[in-house]
Design a protein. Sequence first.
Length: 671
Amino acid sequence: MSDAQQITITVDGEEQTVTQGTTGGDLFEGRREIVVARVDGVLKDLDQPIPAGAVVEGVDVASEDGLNVLRHSTAHVMAQAVQQLRPDAKLGIGPYIKDGFYFDFDVEEPFTPDDLRSLEKMMLKIVNQNQIFKRRSVSEGEAIEAMKHEPYKLVLLGAKDHQSEGATKEGANIEVGSGEITIYDNIDRKSGEAVWHDLCRGPHLPNTKLISNAFALTRSAAAYWLGSEKNDQLQRIYGTAWPTKEALKEYQDRIAEAERRDHRKLGAELDLFSFPDELGSGLPVFHPKGGIIRKAMEDYSRQRHTEAGYEFVYTPHITKGHLYEISGHLGWYKESMFPAMHVDAELAEDGTVRKPGQDYYLKPMNCPMHNLIFRSRGRSYRELPLRLFEFGSVYRYEKSGVVHGLTRVRGMTQDDAHIYCTREQMKDELTNTLNFVLNLLKDYGLDDFYLELSTKDPEKYVGSDDAWDEATQTLAEVAEASGLELVPDPGGAAFYGPKISVQARDAIGRTWQMSTIQLDFNLPERFELEYQAADGTRQRPVMIHRALFGSVERFLGVLTEHYAGAFPAWLAPVQVVGIPVAEAFNDYMYDVVARLKREGIRAEVDASSDRFPKKIRTASKDKIPFVLIAGGEDAEAGAVSFRFRDGGQDNGVPVDEAVKRIVEAVRTRAL
């Protein structure tokens, strides 16, 4: 063997000399867990030859990249199964997504649950055939010929003469001729013939057998081609895939638990809130019990804000459009605002316009109005930092397809604060704000956090690059000093400034974006905000935007799921239910409950005609924190029995001690 046939590469950190033409499959032979190779940072199929000098890593199927490849390959198997059962189905796109995948199809009839079960059986048959995923590079003309019966694939190729009506390229992020065009064939291992193919960038698993039986189809839904309402409506099938059956089972158990905790379901069961059709999508109403929780949340937040030096303000729900021209929202945010209301126009008798009128908008943000409060009179450096706080109602035009319970609404109440400070105060104020936010979230029961730093979208921002750089660097320093994990979010900032987002994990490990802290040099400039500095000069303040809950509605939805409806006593709508063992002890229990009410405890007696066991079950179903039970021995001893939500019971507790325990649990916000 000559030296020319030998090349040097680096494999998993170690330099190796291999034969030219060696593939990733050769390098990682026998390691079933390696499903693709990362070659110089790019994922490659295992049958692709490794170039000289390359740095190569094996990608484990259990890693994020490995799972994505597994799920994308499973999506291909699902599409193959669909076309075997429905030969007239036309292919859309089929990417991997978080925890799974989907594929879009143009079919005459929507998919039913029975269809999904049939498809799973067909997929398993394909998996067991151990078909080979084979990549081939083709010319544009070859690709068009190969996909000539797939109108949506032709759209992606830019072959306009072949496009079907409605299958426009609206929203596609693909340019014809912008790179290599590849098709993946599914090769029958026995015959060596291609039995199915799709236009795809890849990479894929070496073969279908690696998918095993650890997949499931979860649901189907309607979806617009490439997400645009201008395009055809297709049918989308969602699925999930995992390296092992055990991992699939764990995922399915997590999904089942998430469904059990669904705040929309619990909101109805516990009589907390509802979503009347008469009001429209994304506009919830809070029932008395939900109102109690919301008031407790807001009251405690107000208390903590007062202690931290915030001042409360109130602003209207609508404003003239000119305000949002100044702020930039009409230029950058209009698609997320409700349409304008044109008012105050007057016509003369002859129909001519006497007074043109003007546009008013429902406010999407509180910050422009808070700027007007700052600007309403002269400000001195002695007033800074000035911390303005409002529970302000705002309105966002969310598309109906993304509205979801309390967590994505069209009308919401933001616990919104805007802090105005000097540049010298900026870093300390950001640090204090972040600590305040984290500590307050912990009081509500969330304590597992990481931070996300959202930086400038190069296509959507106002202000100078220097100001953005300074703001971003300052936020990064504050975030890093917190000691929490910091994750980058490139391009995720609002148009007026970068932000830190507090990401909180709930009781079952899901991540929710909670508080945001945004640093803004731009709106003070646009609103010409000034304060008089110590040397008498006029200076621009720095503006910090801060929402702690994000919105009260969304935060309550998150807490409902975090606690599975079993709120801690200080938030629970009913904190104590007294249940007499028999009617003869009703008066005794009313006396106990009266003592609790005098201490400010939300307590009531179940004096219904239901039998005692039914009353216990009702209290459990309503997730009451404390159930007090009293019978003859309790009444004689001046005692009660505690029954807790976990089914535990503490008998013969003196009433004085019982009251003290409950009051202490509420006062300390015990979780």
